[in-house]
Write a protein that binds this ligand. Structure first.
Ligand SMILES: C[S@@+](CC[C@H](N)C(=O)[O-])C[C@H]1O[C@@H](n2cnc3c(N)ncnc32)[C@H](O)[C@@H]1O
Length: 265
């Protein structure tokens, strides 16, 4: 099957075909998070506007799915959340996360936190204190308990981990399945990104999505769904994407979100 379901010869690379343990953390950080790009500031502004009205500690358990080495979604969730589960299947990303939590965050994260705190003054004075409520969990979405979280966030995951459109949709539904009915939903996607390389490394699988494709997957299971587009940031490395998509909503109470088994490597 071809990558979009046709009969071409190009093989579709699914989530289980990539070795997430070998995610190139240092190169990824260097390319994306050693400085605060305007596109990430846009994600922070969008997600912070959603989280700021939530009373401090009002969400007992929040989820960041496929967290990798990115600390800024955790910062955004910190004021509203009693605990944040940072779920990551890749060994390298998980190890980085643990180091940041146990030995203190690298200084390069401070500008991200300064912005988060300007946008939500309910955040603690220090980033280290904000991160005390984060619990790193080594696993993938299929290992997360369904209907558990009062607020869930997924940042550049479902579209960046498979070339298969059906699997992209299944990953999004599995993410939604982790969130309690009535719970908050936040997500960010690369827009129209094909499979990509980090540095000179191997090709990682991706499925190009636009706003209608994202809406189509989330709309049946989400109330107050809003998908906004952020134009491409020319300063960011060119991954072949055309911008970013930012999603907010509420997990629909009557939705029947099926449990997903992603498959084994
Ligand atoms: C493009 S990276 C994004 C990392 C991070 N969330 C960020 O904002 O930079 C995709 C992440 O999804 C993780 N991932 C891959 N397959 C997954 C799955 N089935 N469930 C949860 N996370 C997955 C990868 O290990 C990787 O950390």
């Amino acid at each position: 099957m071809s990558r979009h379901g046709g009969s071409g010869t190009e093989e579709v690379r699914r989530n289980a075909h990539a070795d997430w343990d070998r995610w190139p953390v240092e190169d990824y950080l260097e390319e994306n998070y050693r400085r605060l790009y305007a596109c990430d500031a846009a994600v922070i502004r969008h997600h912070s506007a959603y989280c700021r009205p939530l009373p401090a500690g009002s969400v007992a358990e929040a989820l960041e799915l496929g967290c990798g080495p990115n600390l800024y979604p955790l910062m955004i969730l910190a004021a509203a959340s009693g605990r944040i589960d940072a779920v990551e299947p890749g060994a390298a990303g998980y190890a980085y996360l643990r180091r940041q939590l146990h030995h203190g965050p690298e200084a390069s994260w401070q500008p991200f936190y300064d912005l988060c705190r300007r946008l939500n003054p309910a955040l603690p004075a220090s980033l280290s204190t904000a991160l005390e409520r984060v619990r790193p969990l080594h696993g993938d979405v299929s290992q997360v308990r369904q209907y558990r979280y009062g607020l869930g966030s997924m940042t550049f995951v479902a579209e960046s981990v498979t070339e298969d459109g059906a699997e992209f949709a299944a990953l999004c539904r599995a993410f939604l399945g982790c969130i309690r009915p009535g719970g908050g939903v936040l997500a960010a996607f690369m827009e129209n990104m094909p499979s990509y390389r980090i540095g000179e490394g191997p090709l990682w699988p991706a499925f190009p999505v636009d706003a209608p494709a994202v809406r189509e997957v989330f709309a049946p299971h989400t109330d107050r769904l809003v998908v906004r587009r952020v134009p491409k940031d020319p300063a960011l490395p060119d991954y072949g994407h055309t911008g970013m998509l930012l999603l907010s909503g509420t997990r629909r109470s009557d939705a029947d979100v099926p449990q997903l088994v992603i498959g084994s490597r």
